[in-house]
Design a protein around this ligand. Sequence first.
Ligand code: SF4
Ligand code: SF4
Length: 95
Amino acid sequence: MAGLKSGIVNYGFNRFARSAKPFFADDGCTGCGICAASCPASAITMKNGRPAWAAQCYQCLRCINECPQQAIQYGKRTAGRRRYSIRGYLPQDEQ
Ligand code: SF4
Ligand code: SF4
């Protein structure tokens, strides 16, 4: 049963929840390219110094949390909200 349930959820996620369309970089973007370089799905490319998202991605949210300027938004609800990164918990020489 577990495999069947996972299959159904997996289908729903892949079919309806992988859109990268709501992602955008706001005016705080400096064009550093960290988001594009660190995306595990290679779903971000830099165009004219700005990130551009592919139609779909893994929805891991690494880009939005690792942008040093907190310039990546996902729709209208992420502006001004806290970002989460492991960097603050790593020893200084591993950051
Ligand atoms: S990581 Fe942030 S500042 Fe750097 S290019 Fe991406 S959106 Fe712009
Ligand atoms: S959410 Fe993850 S997979 Fe999607 S664009 Fe951002 S870093 Fe890439």
